[in-house]
Design a protein around this ligand. Structure first.
Ligand SMILES: [Zn+2]
Length: 355
């Protein structure tokens, strides 16, 4: 007892750890855990896995990423009015501090605990430390439930939405701009397509009692040949955030249906799914997640962004998001976390783990 969570969080905010540069913070975490005899400590690259093996009837993974997004003039640690300011304070070094605090109490819990500190959550998922750990030994991530200690203002943000990237290409016919009637302007054809996406009525399904809100945005556009040429090709990139009750095929199909009359394959148009990842169900019926939910004493909400809850969920492990820090402050210049939130998150996790 008596772990100074605030000091731990401050020490970690003071260590820069932008994605791909997590060695120093991994050193800090490893040295803090090294003194705890009841944890098996493993380092895989700059990922740290610490596991108890008391033979308890169930095992819970508590996971947090070590990396931050790049600084926005907010790299310096500052403590003011019982708040810790600085890059990574809320997302998610406050959560990491709670994890280090839990490590010291591991003998008192009713479950076996696996603490996972991993790299590269804030960049493309191919770099994720969870994949590195899984590649080294998939057994290390095996568990009955998983908690991602992302900032959620100490409430359960359940499941997460899936996300996909789609490219829609529209064809036209080249001509001189002085005689446009001889051609078809592919960029002009984008107008209706972009309008359709901008005003799409998307699904807001209730899954496990929680309302998810889908979103679709055009996030890229390209086209154009030269100042005096009617362009024969134009394309948009679309990001679709879809509810976790849809698979990737069903989600892609709903985009194709939305745009069906505007995309004409006979003319040379195409619509391509470039990347798609599934969401995660809320799993509010899972016994551990129910216990965590009761300990928060707050109504759960649906997680709208994609999180690594989906990583565990896609491997058959019920997973949820819970942690200190306001999610709206993540990735913002004024990022901070309240000291009281860190203490409260610690108390909730201790109750959920059965101490
Ligand atoms: Zn995060």
């Amino acid at each position: 007892m008596g772990t100074d969570l605030s000091a731990l969080c401050q020490s970690m905010v003071a260590i820069p750890s932008v994605s791909h540069d997590e060695e120093k913070i991994a050193d800090f975490v490893a040295s803090h855990l090294a003194g705890i005899a009841s944890l098996d400590l493993l380092r895989i690259g700059n990922n740290i896995v610490a596991r108890s093996s008391f033979g308890r009837s169930s095992r819970v993974v508590v996971a947090g990423h070590l990396d931050t997004v790049p600084p926005d003039d907010n790299q310096v640690l500052r403590v003011e009015n019982r708040r810790i300011y600085g890059l990574g304070s809320a997302d998610m070094k406050a959560g990491l501090a709670v994890m280090l605090g839990l490590a010291e109490l591991v003998e008192s819990f009713l479950v076996d605990l696996t603490l996972v500190f991993y790299v590269c959550e804030e960049v493309a998922s191919v770099f994720s430390g969870l994949l590195e750990i899984e590649h080294a030994d998939p057994e290390l991530l095996q568990s009955d439930a998983a908690v991602l200690m992302e900032p959620t203002s100490n409430r359960i943000e359940a499941g997460c939405q899936g996300t996909m990237r789609i490219r829609v290409g529209l064809a036209g016919k080249r001509a001189h701009t002085a005689r446009p009637w001889a051609g078809v302007n592919a960029i002009h054809r984008l107008g209706d397509l972009i309008n359709r996406i901008a005003h799409a009525e998307l699904d807001n399904p209730i899954v496990d009692g929680l309302q998810f809100r889908e979103a679709m945005q055009v996030v890229g556009v390209s086209g154009g040949i030269a100042n005096n040429v009617v362009p024969d090709l134009a394309s948009v990139t679309v990001n679709y955030r879809f509810a976790p009750n849809k698979g990737i095929d069903a989600a892609f199909q709903s985009v194709k249906s939305l745009l069906a009359d505007l995309v004409d394959r006979d003319r040379g148009d195409d619509i391509v799914l470039e990347e798609g990842v599934l969401g995660a169900s809320p799993n509010l019926g899972d016994p551990f997640i129910m216990k965590l939910l009761a300990a928060t004493n707050k109504m759960p909400e649906a997680k709208l962004g994609w999180t690594d809850a989906a990583f565990f969920s896609s491997r058959g492990i019920p997973a949820t998001n819970f942690g200190p820090g306001n999610p709206l402050l993540a990735h913002s210049r004024d990022e901070f976390v309240e000291l009281s939130e860190i203490e409260a998150a610690f108390g909730i996790m201790k109750r959920a783990l059965g101490s």
